[in-house]
Design a protein around this ligand. Structure first.
Ligand SMILES: [Zn+2]
Length: 105
């Protein structure tokens, strides 16, 4: 899937995150890093799994339609800090590693 297409932005370089399939999982990675290398931006990978988890406080069914209607923008910052801005004005914010520790692989 590519549920979060066009929604994720890198807080460090301002480029969009692009989806990639890695080991049967969907991940997102900064296009600044993939296109211009490690001198431009660092390699910070976010799994789709973890983004869905962050949306779960809002709905039980995270679908592409729901995301389109409710998610305004997602930022990924230093230490893989994920910030989801919802269209209702609220935000959901957590470190990727913390989510990973809560839900596993
Ligand atoms: Zn970047």
């Amino acid at each position: 899937m590519n549920l979060f297409k066009g929604k994720i932005k890198c807080k460090l370089c301002g480029k969009n995150y692009k989806v990639k399939k890695e080991k049967k999982r969907y991940i997102y990675i900064c296009s600044g890093y993939t296109n211009q290398g490690k001198d431009f931006c660092s390699r910070r990978v976010i799994s789709e799994h973890n983004l869905i988890f962050l949306c779960k406080g809002k709905t039980s069914a995270v679908t592409s339609v729901w995301i389109e209607e409710n998610v305004k923008q997602i930022f990924v910052g230093e230490n893989k800090q994920i910030e989801i801005e919802f269209k209702d004005g609220t935000t959901s914010c957590m470190l990727d590693d913390i989510i990973y520790r809560q839900i596993g692989d």
